[in-house]
Design a binder for this molecule. Structure first.
Ligand SMILES: Cc1ncc(COP(=O)(O)O)c(C=O)c1O
Length: 386
């Protein structure tokens, strides 16, 4: 289906609501049945019918159809956060005694899930260097049931060869999941490579306006139903109809936003790499990126995240750089309209906490929708003090 059809029309049955161009927010927790017969029939399938909003809400349902189509999946679920999406998808596929393979240094709360949450239920894990398929293969145990991928990875953008991972996992009956948030469904379609489940922090590009926290899980009808019937309905991890409506609105401009962010980031990354005050730049579409060839093979673009190391060994110089930077907000997260920076220096010298495993000269930029020339002017001024 054409991307324009998905973003503009799919799932929207306008004749049901006065031919309104924008769908209604069905702000109802509950749905009445017309008869005993309908009641008896509908309660047999909470995912397909409108019974109660913890299950299936019509506004959320429009969004689910669009998201599934964006990922080329049969179905999708929308939950309260990306971290929640990860947890639901993993929990639905492991049981006590199972083992999970996870890429090393995944998003921080994914790491926490592996380190501190799954062990409470007798599930073990191995972190692997996902850049090498041999490392993943070596980590497989007889009880491995799940493989967690994140490509590109969140801070330093390591990639996994998704076709190879999917083929290996299939040989061993292992369910695969990828956090596809960085690329968005526009630039990477893991289900086409054989990956079973795709999750997103929809908080980032899919909503795109820094005003809703949500998570997405896409997969086969069978897998989605399993996650829905056990994890979602039991743990009640859902999104409100109003937030779903905001994401539908955000999706209208997904293509424009994600392409703009990628193209601007590519410009800024190339410019930063040639700057004498910059030691190193990580961005999957720079020819200097260690896995540039793989990036070109399995992605048609990437998110607007750039990791930069300044050429200095002085914390004072790094601090002076950040004092001069005006056009980037200091903030976590990414994927909205506004450009951001996470300085690693902010995590240094915190009483009672270990310094991070990355140098204080490192920072991650997110390039939003502003004019990239205007952002580079700001960077250029700030770099003068380094
Ligand atoms: C790559 C990645 N995955 C997952 C998450 C978690 O998503 P959420 O914040 O929506 O729970 C984030 C959040 O920053 C992220 O950057």
């Amino acid at each position: 289906m054409h991307l324009s059809e998905i973003l503009t029309h799919l799932g929207e049955d306008r004749k049901n609501y006065f031919n309104a161009v924008s769908p209604p927010i069905i702000q109802s927790s509950n749905f009445a049945f017309e008869s005993l017969e309908q009641f008896r029939n509908d309660v047999q399938d909470e995912l397909a019918n409108h019974i109660y909003t913890r299950g299936n809400n019509p506004t959320v349902e429009i969004l689910r159809k669009k998201l599934a189509a964006l990922e080329g999946a049969e179905d999708a679920l929308v939950v309260a956060s990306g971290a929640g999406a990860t947890a639901m998808a993993v929990l639905a596929n492991v049981k006590a005694g199972d083992h999970v393979i996870c890429v090393k240094n995944p998003y921080s709360w994914t790491k926490n899930l592996m380190l501190n949450f799954l062990p409470k239920f007798g599930v073990t894990h191995t972190f692997v260097d996902g850049t090498d398929i041999a490392d993943i293969e070596a980590a497989i145990q007889p009880n491995t049931t799940f493989m967690y991928l994140e490509s590109p990875n969140t801070m330093t953008f390591e990639l996994q060869d998704l076709r190879a991972c999917a083929a290996l996992a299939k040989q061993h009956g292992i369910v695969t999941l990828i956090d596809n948030s960085n690329c968005s469904p526009l630039f990477q379609r893991p289900i086409e490579f054989g990956i079973d489940l795709v999750m997103h922090t929809g908080t980032k590009y899919l909503n795109g306006h820094s005003d809703v926290v949500n998570g997405i899980i896409c997969g086969s009808k069978k897998m989605i139903r399993r996650i829905f019937e056990t994890e979602i309905m039991t743990l009640g991890n859902i999104i409100s109809p109003h937030d779903a409506w905001l994401i539908i609105r955000g999706l209208r401009t997904l293509e424009l936003r994600v392409k703009r962010s990628f193209e601007s980031a590519a410009k800024v990354a190339a410019w930063l790499e040639s700057h004498p005050k910059v030691e190193r730049v990580l961005f999957p579409f720079l020819p200097s990126f260690p896995q540039y060839e793989l990036a070109k093979q399995q992605m048609s673009g990437c998110g607007g995240l750039i990791t930069v190391f300044l050429k200095t060994d002085s914390m004072e110089k790094v601090e002076a750089f950040f004092k001069k930077l005006n056009r980037f907000l200091f903030a976590v997260s990414w994927g909205g309209h506004e450009s951001l920076v996470i300085p690693m220096a902010a995590f240094y010298n915190i009483p009672g906490r270990e310094n991070p495993p990355y140098p204080f000269t490192m920072m991650r930029f997110y390039i939003g929708l502003e004019d990239p020339e205007w952002l580079m002017e700001d960077l250029d001024e700030a770099l003068k003090v380094v």
